[in-house]
Ligand binder design. Structure first.
Ligand code: KG4
Length: 335
């Protein structure tokens, strides 16, 4: 069964074509990073215009790459929540047009769930229920995923998302946007010594043991005040990046361990832009080995980011379970 997935919830316009939910036939992604770089964050109005300019071109390219035409498709899946309203509407309208013209069903998809479904595209099939960990520019959340289309929030951030914190700290240090890759690189260049003490306090130190929560605005402020008192040279920037990243990831580990303890579930699926970080991947693998956890994340880093293939993949499973949405579906900024 051939399905098309449309993703336009934030600053990536993407079309993916997937066979039977897990075979990737083509994937086209246009990232608006350069467009938003001068603002050091996504500008919603600019994002929707950029989606509109690119989406039809990507559709044509994706079909060409897969040597298919629209009439070969069995369903069209589209991200409808959560995301920027104007951006979601561009993808939604394309889905409606394809559904109407080709007389194929629409399946609307939750963006966060689609991220967690990405591992299917690498033929990894986690068993339900699993713990879903989503770490991106807009989300730091942990879910119990009980089935396709069925997930329950265990905890999320009370302020900034993890990727957003990377972007803001990068800006404070005059590094590039998006901040994740820049900070990761600098952190890896730091000559750490064992007597080293972090200038940043542990995050959410006093959080009750049964509560799962993220918060990254505090560390951003700590970095801001620390930077003001320092002579910034290359080695100092590397040191700040190292300690920021280390402190930020400690909270991820703490929350994952809590989720395992609270639920008794020992299967973890992690995804989202921040999961492209090598240090985080190594740390998650280390915990998984130590605690005998079955851990899944996308091997291909491109699949960590927003993409249409994950939408087509989740769309397939929802379609198989009988989901069909009417052409007048709504988009929503929330889940
Ligand atoms: O999932 P994603 O591609 O899209 C949105 O959330 O819109 O995530 C983008 C976020 C950005 O904040 C970026 O700085 C972060 O993921 N990111 C990283 C890395 N690569 C991207 N964070 C840490 N380390 C990385 N290597």
């Amino acid at each position: 069964m051939l399905g098309l997935g449309i993703e336009s919830s934030c600053d990536e316009t993407s079309i993916g074509i997937v066979e039977d939910g897990n075979k990737l036939l083509s994937l086209k992604i246009f990232s608006q990073i350069e467009t938003h770089a001068e603002f050091r964050g996504v500008v919603p109005e600019i994002a929707s215009r950029a989606h509109l300019e690119k989406i039809n071109i990507l559709l044509e390219e994706a079909l060409k790459e897969a040597s298919l035409s629209l009439s070969d498709l069995s369903y069209v899946a589209v991200t409808t929540r959560p995301g920027l309203l104007g951006s979601l509407m561009i993808g939604a309208q394309l889905a409606r047009c394809i559904s109407f013209a080709c007389k194929i069903p629409i399946v609307t998809v939750d963006h966060l769930e689609a991220h967690l479904n990405t591992v299917h595209l690498e033929n990894k099939i986690p068993k339900f229920p699993y713990i879903g960990v989503l770490l991106s520019g807009g989300n730091s959340s942990i879910f119990i995923v009980e089935d396709f289309g069925k997930m329950k929030l265990l905890g999320d951030t009370s302020d900034d998302a993890l990727g957003e914190a990377f972007d803001k700290v990068s800006s404070l240090l005059n590094l590039s946007y998006p901040g994740g890759p820049a900070i990761e690189k600098r952190a890896s260049q730091y000559n750490q010594n064992s007597a080293d003490k972090s200038p940043f306090p542990e995050l959410l130190k006093d959080l009750p043991s049964d509560k799962i929560q993220f918060s990254y605005s505090g560390i951003k402020t700590s970095v801001l005040y620390y930077v003001k008192k320092q002579e910034l040279n290359d080695e100092k920037i590397n040191e700040i990046c190292y300690h920021f990243q280390n402190t930020a990831f400690q909270l991820v580990e703490k929350n994952i361990l809590k989720a395992i303890k609270l639920t008794g579930i020992k299967t973890i699926v992690a995804s989202g832009g921040v999961v492209a970080n090598e240090t985080l991947r190594k740390r998650l693998l280390f915990i998984a080995a130590k605690k005998k956890i079955e851990l899944y994340f996308p091997e291909k880093k491109i699949l960590c980011t927003d993409n249409g293939a994950m939408v087509a993949s989740l769309g397939y499973y929802l379609f198989q379970s009988g989901v069909r949405d009417s052409i007048d579906f709504r988009v929503s900024p929330n889940r």
